[in-house]
Design a protein around this ligand. Structure first.
Ligand code: GLN
Length: 204
């Protein structure tokens, strides 16, 4: 693997630019992905936040759904944030019956799980493999109509849970092999540690 892996950001909808900037800052050669042929040129992919049911439709419209699912099944490293987490999951609760998902991560997620009172909020998280480094600070996490992970299979490592408040204990970051997902949006805070973690995963 090259020192600067080429990482795509699915650029159909959502906060693409922020991820491109964060990946570049984290040491990747970042590029937008809109066409099936562009999938062949990347070492990893980020599925950004946005609206998961809309993104699932656009994946089909752009004829990306099946090729992306195949590349994920073949081991393409992926990081999904928020709507991206929903798209990667194997089971979605509270979604639309016609929405498709990529089935690359053995988790059950609940869309818009935090409910009306705390639809959007911020908190500081401990994240396994990131904030447990000596001297590291907790991570500021921004949740925007976010999903939570309702359950995981034994193959999935839980990386972060909400520390306190009404949603205390809810799982909000996970990893299974080469697939990483967070309910929150690290691309909006200037904290590059999640993107650096993913770049390291892709290099590995
Ligand atoms: N609520 C959105 C969905 O269900 C996700 C929100 C986000 O990505 N910020 O897809």
């Amino acid at each position: 693997m090259t020192a600067r892996p080429r990482i795509g950001v699915l650029a159909l909808q959502g906060d693409v630019r922020e991820h491109l900037a964060a990946l570049t800052a984290a040491g990747a050669d970042a590029t937008s992905v809109r066409r099936p042929s562009e999938l062949d040129e990347i070492d990893g992919i980020v599925l950004p936040g946005g609206e998961s049911t809309t993104m699932s439709k656009l994946l089909e419209t752009f004829e990306l759904f099946d090729p992306l699912q195949q590349r994920l099944a073949a081991g393409l490293p992926a990081y999904g944030s928020c709507a991206g987490m929903i798209l990667l999951a194997s089971t979605i609760l509270d979604t639309r019956p016609d929405a498709r998902h990529l089935d690359a991560l053995d988790i059950t997620v609940r869309r818009n799980a935090f409910g009306r009172q705390v639809e959007s909020f911020e908190t500081d998280l401990d994240v396994v493999g990131i904030t447990d480094e000596p001297g590291a600070q907790r991570m500021r996490a921004v949740f925007i109509r976010a999903p939570w992970v309702e359950s995981v299979t034994p193959d999935v490592e839980v990386l972060a849970q909400v520390p306190d408040g009404p949603a205390a204990g809810r799982i909000v970051a996970v990893r299974q092999g080469r697939v990483l997902a967070t309910s929150f949006h690290p691309e909006v805070t200037g904290d590059r540690r999640v993107h650096e973690y993913f770049v390291t995963m892709v290099r590995g």
